[in-house]
Design a binder for this molecule. Structure first.
Ligand code: PLP
Length: 401
């Protein structure tokens, strides 16, 4: 048993494994990005993205990582000195805040313990206090990949509505899009930021911003300098399926295929599958007697589970051992959580047996590393998966009459 034998288990919360169909779609000759074949591809992916983000408005696609799309959201809508409200849900929210400050924004950063999501009541109270309506944007991470906590975006939008606050709502869906129910238009989100390498099951390299009419209006008057990220420059050629500069053509072939895969399964089924796999993972963690980092069941992430290491044991040493013995990559604890948690990704192209294999690797790794735990996590996950399957089958039978 060693790294390199058999297939690698990539169980980090993104980048996630790329399905064979997507790999094959990408693996082809490059085409002229100003020719008729590209025009069709561009139109198809720009249209297809709307169904994934659930919007009838534009989705801008950049050749970038998610961080680039974060920057696009800021520079297209805000001006230096603008006040924004952000919430410390974890490592990624903290990085987005740092970027906002580098762009000269005045960030009110609501402190958090990295075990809870953004609290709609706190956001409501903060906005109610803002009598001058100086806060220009509320910026939240939907699924905090560093902690396995999912914030309730629909509730946050409702909270903003209750105090009738005009701030833009910007949401990072980098690790939730295509895995967790998300509705850009229905939830009246102004800018949704995402990227390719998680729920969309593509390699890294595409960044996205879905944009509301209000965000487009803001982009016409804001005073932040930009060039590469400028929505105005993008939206003009996008109207005909083209891009203002060379797009990541082959990733767009992959994107077309990934959207088809998601829509064939059906987004609701994709979300339900993620919920099932996450519930089975939590059943395993509880059976081991270990603690889940997320403290609010309504905020458990369907994408990943962060597991706390018992005191006196180093999560990074454990991950190293799992990699060398079982050829599996688990997610590391980031910054504040370094060495204290490991993260199990269960997103994208993941099914019952892949998950059970991954959990078996964790359970064997816990034994091999001498981490105190109870056996039976995999068995608990199997019971959870079978039970949920049985209840889905029973529901279908009832529905069929
Ligand atoms: N936001 C979240 C929630 C993430 O999980 C990540 C990366 O994992 C990022 C932002 C940064 O994205 P990227 O690494 O693609 O720039």
């Amino acid at each position: 048993m060693s790294e390199g034998q058999g297939r690698h288990f990539l169980q980090i919360p993104g980048p996630s494994p790329v399905p064979e169909r997507v790999l094959r779609a990408i693996s082809r000759q490059v085409i002229d990005h100003r020719g008729p074949e590209f025009k069709r591809l561009g139109q198809e992916v720009l249209e297809g993205c709307r169904s994934i983000f659930k919007t009838s408005g534009p989705v801008v696609i950049y050749p970038s990582s998610g961080t680039g799309a974060w920057e696009a959201a800021i520079v297209n809508t805000l001006s230096p000195g603008d006040k924004v409200l952000m919430v410390e849900t974890g490592h990624f929210a903290t990085l987005w805040r740092r970027m906002a400050e580098r762009w000269g924004l005045d960030v009110d950063f609501v402190p958090g313990d990295w075990r809870h999501g953004a609290d709609p009541t706190v956001i409501e109270a903060k906005l109610a206090e803002d009598k001058q309506r100086a806060v220009r944007a509320v910026m939240v991470v939907h699924n905090e990949t560093s902690t396995g906590v999912t914030s309730r975006i629909a509730d946050i939008r409702k909270a903003m509505g209750r105090v009738n606050h005009p701030a833009l709502l910007m949401v990072d869906t980098i690790s939730s899009l295509g895995s967790i129910d998300y509705r850009h238009e229905e939830w009246e989100v102004d800018v949704t930021v995402s990227c390719s390498q998680k729920g969309l099951m593509l390699p890294p390299g595409l960044g996205f911003t879905a944009i509301s009419e209000k965000a487009i209006a803001a982009s016409k008057t804001n005073r932040m300098p930009r060039s590469y990220w400028d929505w105005g420059e993008m939206l003009k050629p996008n109207a005909n399926g083209f891009f203002p500069y060379t797009p990541a053509t082959n990733l767009l072939f992959g994107l077309r295929e990934a959207i088809a895969i998601l829509l064939e399964e059906g987004l609701e089924q994709v979300f339900a599958r993620h919920q099932r796999l996450a519930a089975a993972t939590r059943a395993a963690v509880r059976a081991w007697g270990l603690e889940i980092l997320c403290q609010t069941p309504a905020e458990y992430s369907p994408v990943l589970t962060a597991v706390m290491m018992p005191a006196g044991h180093d999560a990074d040493e454990f991950r190293k051992l799992v990699l060398s013995k079982y050829n599996m990559s688990l997610g590391a604890g980031l910054t504040k959580l370094a060495g204290r948690v490991f993260r199990i990704g269960h997103l994208g192209e993941c099914n019952d047996l892949v998950l059970l294999a991954a959990l078996a690797g964790v359970e064997m790794g816990l034994s091999a590393a001498g981490v105190p735990h109870r056996a039976g996590g995999v068995a608990a996950a199997m019971t959870e998966l079978s039970g949920r399957q049985a209840s889905v089958a029973a529901n279908l039978k009832v529905a069929a009459g």
